[in-house]
Write a protein that binds this ligand. Structure first.
Ligand code: NAG
Ligand code: NAG
Ligand code: NAG
Ligand code: NAG
Ligand code: NAG
Ligand code: NAG
Ligand code: NAG
Length: 917
């Protein structure tokens, strides 16, 4: 029976058992759910295809249960990532994850609920007389770059009795050596590290190969599997049957470690940790949390402008001097990580729900997939040189590209929404390469090489207008969302060259050019839109840099092109609403999904007249009602193929005002994803001629384009152009000064600074007192129509999150969290602006007192040399004004400084829109 959108089924099995099956907040049920999906290499998924999660008989004991399938790497059938979960209830053992065969008395737990949030997969199951709630968390850490860069995911298990009796319960989980290579014959070595605080397994190839992969699995990762120490925690590294049998027989492990190296699959070695919960009653137990991490160092090889190949560090190295430090932090941070993620999920979902509940579902499926496509790196010689690289996951080629520009473009809304600075970190290497002597073309490159070697793809290509438009649009979108004008300023000459390229090639687009969808169509209308908006983006960039002549020059051209475009690109047959044709001169029965219009809304370039949008919207309304399976990206009567695209459909949905049209664009995507028989991880491409089946780019980070409607709600920041890097914009004459002015200025400055500091402290303290209000205001009220700032912009930054409730955590003042990470999302400018405000810690000294997670002085690993102990962190001395407050003050001073500077630098822009209070 249906009840307020929740499916409630009462089921009477032979032994009379009533089970409530409610689908939680999300009724979407997709073919694969993410378990540990955190980086291009930490990517474990559960195949939920065709599990009988329906009204007929979801609990038929003869039907295979999803939790009893093995997790897979990316969804490749022949790449099982051994990961078993067992629960022992009154001496009877059930499996809740994976499909371990022995011992014979293993029972299957029964799936009762499965739901997704942006960071979590939550599965409920019943194991005889107890119910389990299993949560897989792959954090997204917008306010902490160290945490974001540390690829750790968590599995939490909570249990309660379902029959009113108390039961003796132990839980167990292992991972296998299959995580260490795509070649199962390779030899793996391992170790167990125990300290007072944590226990963890460590596995790696006997002969790791830097920056290399087999079947997409890294050959240079060290994989960790661990837990906090506590009563009833035991561990074991041994063959799969030895570990699992021992647990099934006695409910605990032997605390022994077999010796390697051994081949991955002969015998299968597993790394197990179990915990006894003692007697469990009808209250849900505290969570038992395992952490799984895959750490690589170096992360990416990068061709510098000078021509050397730099092996870049994973960013977490700026805070953790050793792997074991990093792992310990991640394991001690579990409770806080869950807490932060719950807040982030709530915040994202509140915003998404304003569009629709289907939309919120899609965001939940897409978020981890997009974020796991990137790695955050730092130069070993310069801690403020931060870059992110994206892997073209899901690409059919075996040489998977680094930072594919069209996929970056597709996913860019998600990164800007989560933390606009990430957009800058992603663009930086592409801009730097293009600006170097290595890149010899006047259009933008299409990628940076073969992952993880960003050593350049320096050949000519055919996506010239596509990628050049993408780069200009993303560069301005980043500046607008972050307020960071350093990239537009530093690379202005490069951007201008690209603008000139588009001027020469957007009208018409040369016939040999490919678009993002690898289609080549002479006089493509949609590609021309991207070219024209790219030109207008350059015009706006010029305006921000106070370059009036360029502003007018490019704006005039863009407007002229749009007028010419309108005369050729729009249908003339009045039997349907006027719409964008597939190409100039095509018949009126042709059409495209004009997804490139999204950029005009995103950047507020306002290049395309309102009538074009309103006519197109009316046309889309007719199309969606006659194509309920979704719209292909192009409809050309001369070609039968009907390719669909997740991201481009959502880009288009973001441009329409009529919510019924928007919803009817979103619904088919929801249907494709939730039909649960596609047999693939959420794809960007699907084939409408084949019931919307997946058609490539499964698991692509490109699904971040789902965030397009949310990206439109990001407020425009005042863009601060750093005075020193404004090569093209700042006029040298401004630097002329005289001594009198300097002396007067200094005196006025000192007085002013005193007043400023007073005001900042005053308002900052007040705003902290009012913090509860701030959060409440961010919550969306029903019927609220005013576009809201993404609440995460105004939600408390990391350091202000409440303390973990779990007593096992001796939490350090959260104010001690990593400096780079402790600023409000979306409010803070680029790494450059940050490094001005907060000078980077020299890498030779221990990290600031400060690891984002470390919860107390860390005990050195039992197997590490004693000197390690001395490297454990010292605390910042207590001062009258806590570092917590100093941190907040810094942020406020920086904001204030930006506001002041904006009055000087950004005269063309409307008054500041900071005051997020
Ligand atoms: C899943 O488990 C949690 C914790 O026991 C419970 O609150 C929730 O209602 C369960 N969901 C369903 C559908 O049973
Ligand atoms: C529901 O599951 C049963 C197996 O338990 C299957 O035979 C049936 O086709 C499924 N029904 C639907 C509508 O998917
Ligand atoms: C996923 O599960 C379905 C249903 O059991 C099965 O047909 C399919 O082969 C599985 N996919 C992989 C990659 O194992
Ligand atoms: C579990 O096994 C132990 C040892 O064999 C036994 O003492 C205990 O009674 C058993 N518990 C149950 C509930 O069967
Ligand atoms: C990356 O470069 C290294 C060093 O040249 C090489 O060993 C490795 O195979 C390359 N990786 C890929 C994926 O091409
Ligand atoms: C592109 O459109 C222009 C203007 O209609 C036309 O002159 C030109 O022939 C077209 N090019 C191609 C290759 O169709
Ligand atoms: C939606 O409304 C805005 C503001 O009124 C307008 O500029 C835009 O053209 C409209 N779009 C459509 C598709 O009607």
């Amino acid at each position: 029976m249906w009840h307020e959108g929740r499916l409630v089924i009462f089921f009477v099995l032979t032994w009379v058992q009533a089970i409530v099956l409610a689908q939680g907040s999300s009724s979407l049920f997709t073919s694969y759910v993410p378990l540990a999906v955190r980086s291009p290499y930490l990517s474990a998924w559960l195949n939920t295809t065709n599990i009988p999660f329906n009204t007929t008989n979801p609990f038929d004991p003869n039907i295979e249960r999803a939790p009893s399938r093995w997790p897979l790497f990316y969804g490749n059938a022949n790449q099982i990532l051994g990961w078993a979960g067992l629960i022992r209830v009154d001496n009877v053992t059930f499996k809740f994850l994976g499909n371990p065969g022995a011992p014979g008395n293993l029972n299957r737990s029964i799936l009762t609920d499965l739901k997704l949030t942006p960071t979590r997969t939550i599965l409920n199951a019943t194991a005889g007389p107890v119910d389990l709630q299993i949560t897989w968390l792959s954090p997204i850490e917008p306010s902490d770059l160290v945490a974001q860069s540390l690829p750790f995911s968590y599995m939490s298990v909570q249990v309660k009795s379902n029959d009113g009796q108390s039961h003796s319960v132990q839980v167990y989980s292992d991972i296998s050596a299959e995580w260490s290579s795509g070649d199962r014959k390779q030899a793996v070595n391992w170790d167990v590290i125990t300290t007072d605080q944590v226990v963890f397994h460590e596995q790696m190839l006997q002969v790791p190969q830097a920056l290399s992969e087999t079947a997409s699995q890294a050959l240079d990762a060290t994989t960790y599997w661990g837990m906090q120490q506590g009563t009833g925690v035991t561990y074991m590294a041994d063959t799969d049957s030895n570990c699992r049998n021992l647990f099934a027989n006695q409910g605990s492990l032997a605390n022994t470690v077999s010796s390697g190296p051994l081949p991955i699959n002969n015998p299968f070695t597993v790394y197990a940790i179990s915990k006894s919960l003692g007697s469990v009653g009808s209250d849900l137990t505290a969570p038992v949390i395992w952490g799984v991490g895959m750490l690589r160092d170096p992360a990416v090889a990068y061709l510098t402008p000078g021509g050397t190949v730099e092996n870049r560090d994973p960013y977490w190295k700026t805070a953790h001097s050793t792997l074991h430090d990093a792992v310990t932090s991640a394991l001690l941070d579990t409770s806080n990580a869950f807490d932060r993620s719950s807040r982030l999920d709530a915040s994202i979902l509140q915003n998404a729900a304003k569009v629709s509940s289907n939309y919120a579902d899609l965001v939940s499926v897409a978020a981890r997939q997009a974020m796991a496509g990137i790695e955050t790196t730092v130069s070993p010689s310069n801690a403020s040189d931060i870059m992110m690289f994206m892997k073209d996951i899901g690409a059919s080629s075996s040489n998977v590209r680094v930072s594919p520009v069209e996929v970056l473009y597709s996913s860019f809304p998600s990164f800007l929404f989560v933390n606009a600075s990430y957009g800058g970190y992603l663009l930086k290497p592409l801009l730097e390469l293009s600006n170097s002597s290595h890149w010899t073309f006047d259009y933008a490159p299409q990628d940076l090489g073969t992952y993880p070697n960003a050593t350049g793809n320096l050949e000519a290509h055919n996506e010239e207008v596509e990628q050049t438009g993408n780069m200009l649009i993303m560069t301005l979108a980043h500046a607008r969302a972050s307020g960071d004008g350093s990239l537009i300023s530093e690379y202005y000459n490069l951007l201008k060259g690209w603008g000139d390229y588009l001027v020469a090639n957007s009208f018409p687009v040369p016939s040999n050019q490919l678009n993002a969808d690898q289609q080549s169509k002479a006089n493509s209308t949609n590609l021309a839109i991207k070219g024209m908006i790219g030109i207008q983006a350059l015009s706006q960039i010029s305006q921000i840099l106070n370059n009036q002549a360029d502003f007018e020059h490019y704006s005039t051209i863009a407007t002229t092109y749009v007028n010419m475009w309108r005369s050729l690109a729009l249908s003339t047959d009045t039997s349907t609403p006027q719409h964008v044709l597939s190409n100039y001169g095509a018949s009126s029965s042709s059409w495209v999904l004009p997804y490139n219009l999204f950029a005009d809304k995103w950047l507020q370039t306002n290049l395309i007249p309102d009538t074009v949008y309103s006519n197109e919207e009316a046309f889309l309304k007719t199309l969606t009602s006659s194509n309920i399976d979704g719209l292909s990206i192009v409809n050309d009567p001369t070609s039968p193929s009907r390719p669909g695209n997740t991201a481009w459909t959502l880009f288009t949905a973001a441009t329409v005002n009529d919510t019924s049209v928007r919803d009817s664009l979103i619904l088919p995507i929801w249907n494709h994803v939730s039909q649960n028989n596609s047999g693939t991880i959420f794809p960007t491409n699907f084939d409408l001629n084949n019931q919307g089946s997946a058609n490539g780019n499964n698991a692509s980070p490109g699904v971040g384009g789902i965030f397009a409607p949310l990206a439109l709600t990001i407020p425009k920041a005042n863009i601060i152009v750093p005075a020193t890097s404004g090569k093209s914009a700042s006029s040298p004459s401004e630097k002329k000064t005289n001594v009198g002015a300097i002396v007067g200025g200094v005196i006025a400055g000192i007085v002013g600074l005193g007043i400023l500091i007073f005001l900042v402290i005053f308002f900052w303290r007040r705003s902290r007192e009012e913090q509860g209000d701030t959060i409440e205001k961010a919550i969306i009220q029903p019927g609220d129509t005013v576009p809201e700032v993404f609440p995460y912009n105004s939600v408390t930054p990391h350091e202000q999150l409440p303390q973990a409730s779990q007593p096992t955590f001796s939490t350090q003042s959260p104010a001690d969290s990593n400096e780079l990470g402790s600023t409000p999302v979306g409010m803070f400018p680029s790494s450059k602006a940050r490094s001005r405000a907060l000078p980077p810690t020299p890498r030779s000294t221990p990290p600031m007192s400060s690891s984002a997670y470390s919860t107390s002085d860390q005990t050195a690993s039992s197997r590490e040399p004693p000197s390690r102990a001395t490297s454990s962190r010292s605390r910042a001395p207590t001062s009258p004004i806590s570092s917590h407050e100093v941190q907040g003050l810094r942020v406020e001073v920086e904001n204030l400084r930006r506001v002041m500077q904006s009055f000087q630098n950004d005269r063309f822009d409307p008054p500041p829109e900071y005051g997020h209070e």
